[in-house]
Design a protein around this ligand. Structure first.
Ligand SMILES: [Zn+2]
Length: 203
């Protein structure tokens, strides 16, 4: 994979190199290929359990909270203690759409790949800007995991090209199976936002 095309900021380059590494690890050869976090989770020794699988262990009250009034306050959770076979258990919020689940799962995968140490059951919770608002990792670990995950889902080299071609954030989002917000976040942190606005406005 081509690592010669990297974003302008120092931090962005560090994240991008790790993201490109993750895509290679997932067997992707081109930057326009869609990364499937569920496949990558398997390689990362993460067991993504469905909510139905953990349901029997929850009280009716907890279940009602997680799926009802509290459903927008969590994205996913990782159990800090590994299972006997070495795998780590991940649960994703079943009320979120696949775009959001992909981003959440990528963040969890990145915590593992980047060697971050959670202290207890870590509940991921991001606001509409994709920023974690409750966390069980150090703040810079949260930023790194989210940033690397987003970069692995939407690589800079491809994003730059697609912006140049005049593709909309909606089209790019559909292509990579992520939210439009994630694509626009990637444009902003990669300093492609100004180019994008010019392209979109000028049509
Ligand atoms: Zn996190």
């Amino acid at each position: 994979m081509d690592t010669s095309i990297l974003p302008p900021s120092n931090k962005g380059r560090q994240y991008e190199i790790r993201a490109v590494g993750l895509r290679e690890f997932a067997g992707l050869r081109r930057d326009d290929e869609r990364l499937d976090p569920f496949e990558l989770a398997h390689y990362a020794k993460l067991l993504v359990a469905s909510f139905e699988q953990i349901e029997p262990f929850l009280t009716a009250e907890t279940k009602a909270h997680l799926l009802g009034s509290g459903s927008d306050k969590w994205s996913g959770g990782a159990c800090s203690q590994a299972l006997p076979d070495g795998r780590k258990l991940i649960i994703l919020n079943p009320t979120h759409n696949s775009n959001r689940q992909n981003a959440t799962l990528m963040e969890e995968i990145c915590h593992v790949f980047l060697g971050h140490q959670p202290s207890r059951l870590a509940i991921e919770n991001v606001n509409k800007h994709g920023k974690p608002i409750a966390r069980d990792y150090r703040e810079d670990d949260e930023e790194a995991a989210y940033s690397v995950g987003a970069a692995a889902l939407v690589p800079y080299s491809a994003l730059q090209r697609l912006v140049e071609e005049g593709k909309t954030s909606r089209e790019i989002a559909r292509h990579y199976n992520v939210s439009r917000e994630l694509v626009e976040y990637r444009m902003k942190v990669s300093r492609l936002w100004e180019d994008y606005k010019v392209k979109v406005v000028s049509g």
